[in-house]
Design a protein around this ligand. Sequence first.
Ligand code: FAD
Ligand code: NAI
Length: 328
Amino acid sequence: MTVPIAIIGTGIAGLSAAQALTTAGHTVHLFDKSRGSGGRMSSKRSDAGSLDMGAQYFTARDRRFVTTVNQWQASGWVAEWTPSLYNYQGGRLSPSPDEQVRYVGTPGMSAITRAMLGDLPVTFSCRITEVFRGAEHWHLQDAESQGHGPFSHVIVATPAPQATTLLAAAPKLAAVAAGVKMDPTWAVALAFSTPLQTSMQGCFVQDSALDWLACNRSKPGRDGALDTWVLHATSAWSREHVDMPRETVIEHLHGAFAELLDCSMPAPAFSLAHRWLYARPAGAHEWGVLSDADLGIYACGDWCLSGRVEGAWLSGQQAARRLLEHLN
Ligand code: FAD
Ligand code: NAI
């Protein structure tokens, strides 16, 4: 019997590792505490259509990632997004066009991870709470006290704070993960029955509670009758208001948006707020992957490189490569 490799987390890092390992002929089994894949790249289905509440777009700078994104584009999972970009600083809104190529999943950000997952074996709604090594193999336990295993290796592909406890069998790795601070982000979606009168489709914001906002409907492949907008608060504002009730967060960020557009904005026909507790690592690292190859346990994710989609994908690739190197 083939003993599979366990991968905890079906964000882009875990799926990147899963793809590289299955391509090399290995069997994997993925676990995620959520009901679906994608993690911070997932999109939310709502009355206003699919909404990208986490990652808004991504850029590709590393040659290997560029090649992969081109393949995704050829498969129809991603498309270029060319928003009319603005910058808001010191109370002034000004156009801020640039040459940067930006990609989004189509018809939603989650299309990418859903396609990467394909029919790989996965257990959803399963929060892993313990990872331990038996005499020969690895075993996992979930929050329902259910055991899973045996596994030949384990790849932990969760944000650093959630990885710390899962890495207890490798205390050195756990200590590195424990040292990574991740900041929260409050995200709000607003949908209007009458389109807002602005040519802005994306905006980098300074000197405000907001950090970024985008017209979700301006992305390729998004339809629906309503004019949908996604607003992200800054790390500082989100940290300070981390326990604020959702309705109050919506009110505040809606107000900041109206101030930015300098208009009396209509009440939204639909609104929702999502709190990402571990949205972005406070700094960048160059670890690529954390590993104890002799034990057979690895940790990857955006926090091992840059806190971006590209960093997470590259980290997953490195986890797979490190594991395969040790086998050969
Ligand atoms: P995640 O996507 O967080 O995946 C980890 C998975 O592990 C999750 O699915 C989670 O449910 C699961 N998990 C955690 N603990 C457990 C457990 N105990 N048991 C089982 N499963 C578990 N990047 C960009 O490049 N461009 C952007 O515009 C951008 N905007 C962003 C905006 C926001 C609001 C946020 C939150 C992030 C944004 N990012 C952006 C960052 C980007 O989304 C991340 O870098 C990337 O998606 C991280 O992928 P990952 O696989 O490392 O982690
Ligand atoms: P990018 O190159 O578009 O943006 C990088 C940064 O450059 C932006 O944050 C912005 O400050 C600046 N910038 C880029 N183009 C600009 C323009 N036309 N006008 C004014 N400023 C501009 O994309 P990259 O490097 O792939 O970064 C990903 C994005 O994801 C960043 O904006 C980052 O802030 C965001 N992100 C947000 C997270 C969150 O939790 N809210 C988490 C991780 C990433």
